[in-house]
Design a binder for this molecule. Structure first.
Ligand code: FAD
Length: 456
C-alpha cells in the first residue's frame, strides 16, 4: 500500500470532525477523514439526536396523561419501548444516511478504521499512513464513571440508557448536570420513580442559580426526587437491583443506576502524547485559533477544554477548515455559545450568569420576567421565567430561561447577546403575539423602562 496525502487529514468523524471535513471540501481542499465507528459520532448515534427523540416521546406521554387539563379525553395506557426505540432509531438512521450522502457528495475520502496520530502531520490506520498539510484531531469524548464504580448490569451510562428496552420502575441518576436531568425527565414522564443525586449544591450547577432553583421546584412538582450537596459512596448490585449508598448514610434501592458524572476526552489510545501534543489531564488545549502546540495540528470538539456541545464542535470544525484554507475567520467566543438542557421544563441560556457578570462588571442589573404574563406560555400551561442580566447602562450580558419549549428562544437570545444589544434596541423590535418570544421582548421593554405586561 502506498501512503496517501491530502490538504487535510481529520481524525474522528463526529460533529467537530465532519463539520470540518464538509467545510474544507466546500473550500476546495482535499480531505481524508478517519473514523473507527460511525460517521456522525456521539451526537448522532448516542447523544443529542436519540436523547431528544426520547424526550419528544416523553412529551407525547405527558400530553396523553394530561389531556384532561385541556379538556381532551386521553389516558396514558403505557410505554412501548420497542415502539419508542424504533421511532428514535428511524430518526437517527435517516440523518445518518443523509450525512453519509453529504460526505460522499463532497468528495471526502472516508477511511474506516482506528487511527493513530504519529506526528509529522500523519495519521496511521492499519499500517497505512495518511499525511496532510494540516491535521485536525477530533476524537471526541466518552462517558466517565467514578473510581470503583464499574459499568455493567444495572449500572449504566448514557450509552446504554439511550437504548434501554424497558422503562425501569425505580432509577437513580448520579449527576444533576445536563445529561442526568434529561434522562431523569424522560424516565419520570415514562412513569418511573426517579432520584437524582448531585454532589454539588444544586441541579444544573453550571447554570445561573436562578434556573437551578426554578428547575428544582419544577422537578418537585413532577415528583422527581433529588438529593443535592451529597456525595455518592458506592453501589452494590444483585441480580436485578442496585443499592446506592450516599455519604449521608442513606441507601437507595433501584432497578437501574445511571452514571452521568461528565465526559472525559477520548485521547488515551490515539498517540497524541507520544507524538508530542501538549495535553492537560487528557484534554488537548489549543489557542483561540484552535492550534495545538504542534505546527499544522489543530484540535476541535469535546477534546478541547470548554463546553462539550455539538454546535460548538460544528463551529470549531468550520472555523478550522476556514483557517487552514487561509480565510482568517473570527475566533469563536465561547461565552456566546447557546446552551440548552432539554428536560421538562427546558432550560436555556447564553452569556454570563449573574454571578459571572458581577465578577467582570462593577454594576450589573437583572430583570426577571415571569412566564405567567406570557399568553403562549399560559396556553401551554407552563411555568417559568426569562432572566436578563445587563451592565447598568450597557449591553445585555446574559439571558437565562426556563419553561416548556424555551430552548427555541435561545436563537433570539444569542443574537441579543452576541450582537451586544442594549435593552433599548431589543425593546424596539416587535414580537409576534402570542408567542413565547414575547417574553424576551417584554423583559427588554421592562429594562428599557416601559414594561407592558409586567406586574409590580
Ligand atoms: C447523552 C448525550 C446527549 C447529548 N446531547 C446534546 C445536545 O442535546 N446538544 C448538544 O449540543 N450536545 C449534546 N451532547 C454532546 C455532543 O454529543 C458532543 O459535544 C459532540 O458529539 C462532540 O463532538 P466531537 O466531534 O468532539 O466528538 P464525537 O461526536 O464523540 O466524535 C468523535 C468521533 O471520533 C471517533 N474516534 C475516536 N477515536 C478515534 C480513532 N482513534 N480513530 C478513528 N476514529 C476515532 C469516534 O468513533 C467518534 O465518532 C450530548 C452528549 C451525550 C452523551
Amino acid at each position: 500500500m502506498t501512503d496517501s496525502t491530502a490538504d487535510l487529514v481529520i481524525l474522528g468523524g463526529g460533529s467537530g470532525g465532519y463539520a470540518c471535513a464538509l467545510r474544507a471540501a466546500q473550500l476546495g481542499l482535499s480531505v481524508i477523514m478517519v473514523e473507527k465507528d460511525k460517521l456522525g459520532g456521539t451526537c448522532l448515534h448516542r447523544g443529542c439526536i436519540p436523547t431528544k427523540a426520547l424526550l419528544h416521546a416523553a412529551e407525547v406521554a405527558d400530553s396523553a396523561r394530561d389531556g384532561q387539563t385541556f379538556g381532551v379525553k386521553t389516558a396514558l395506557e403505557g410505554i412501548d419501548m420497542n415502539g419508542v426505540n424504533s421511532y428514535k432509531d428511524s430518526v437517527v438512521s435517516k440523518m445518518y444516511k443523509g450525512l453519509q450522502g453529504l460526505v460522499k457528495s463532497r468528495g471526502i475520502s472516508y477511511v474506516e478504521g482506528s487511527g493513530r496520530f504519529v506526528g509529522e502531520r500523519t495519521v496511521e490506520v492499519d499500517g497505512q499512513r495518511y499525511t496532510g498539510s494540516a491535521v485536525v484531531l477530533a476524537t471526541g469524548s466518552y462517558a466517565r464513571t467514578l473510581p470503583g464504580l464499574e459499568i455493567g448490569g444495572q449500572v449504566v451510562t448514557s450509552d446504554q440508557a439511550v437504548n434501554l428496552d424497558h422503562v425501569p420502575e425505580r432509577v437513580v441518576v448520579l449527576g444533576g448536570g445536563v445529561i442526568g436531568v434529561e434522562f431523569a425527565s424522560v424516565w419520570r414522564s415514562f412513569g418511573a420513580e426517579v432520584t437524582v443525586v448531585e454532589a454539588l449544591p444544586r441541579l444544573v450547577p453550571a447554570e445561573d442559580d436562578f434556573l437551578s432553583t426554578q428547575l428544582e421546584r419544577a422537578f418537585r412538582r413532577r415528583g422527581i426526587t433529588f438529593k443535592t450537596g451529597v456525595k455518592f459512596t458506592g453501589a452494590q448490585q444483585s441480580d436485578s437491583q442496585v443499592t446506592v449508598s450516599l455519604e449521608s448514610g442513606e441507601q437507595i434501592e433501584a432497578d437501574l443506576l445511571l452514571v452521568a458524572v461528565g465526559r472525559g476526552p477520548n485521547t488515551a489510545d490515539a498517540g497524541f502524547e507520544q507524538a508530542g501534543v501538549t495535553m492537560d489531564r487528557g484534554f488537548v488545549p489549543t489557542d483561540e485559533r484552535l492550534r495545538t502546540n504542534l505546527d499544522g495540528v489543530y484540535a476541535v470538539g469535546d477534546i478541547v477544554p470548554g463546553l462539550q456541545l455539538a454546535h460548538r464542535g460544528f463551529a470549531q470544525g468550520i472555523f478550522t477548515a476556514e483557517e487552514i484554507a487561509g480565510y482568517d475567520p473570527t475566533p469563536i467566543d465561547e461565552t456566546g455559545i447557546p446552551r440548552v438542557t432539554y428536560c421538562e421544563p427546558e432550560v436555556a441560556s447564553v452569556g454570563l450568569t449573574e454571578a459571572e457578570a458581577k465578577e467582570q462588571h462593577p454594576d450589573v442589573e437583572t430583570l426577571t420576567y415571569d412566564l405567567s404574563g406570557n399568553g403562549k406560555s399560559q396556553i401551554l400551561q407552563t411555568r417559568g421565567a426569562v432572566k436578563v442580566v445587563r451592565a447598568e447602562d450597557g449591553p445585555v450580558l446574559g439571558i437565562h430561561m426556563i419553561g416548556t419549549r424555551v430552548g427555541e428562544l435561545v436563537g433570539e437570545a444569542q443574537l441579543i447577546f452576541n450582537w451586544e444589544a442594549y435593552a433599548d434596541d431589543v425593546a424596539e423590535l416587535v414580537h409576534a403575539h402570542p408567542t413565547q418570544t414575547e417574553a424576551l421582548g417584554e423583559a427588554h421593554l421592562a429594562l428599557a423602562g416601559k414594561p407592558l405586561h409586567t406586574h409590580g
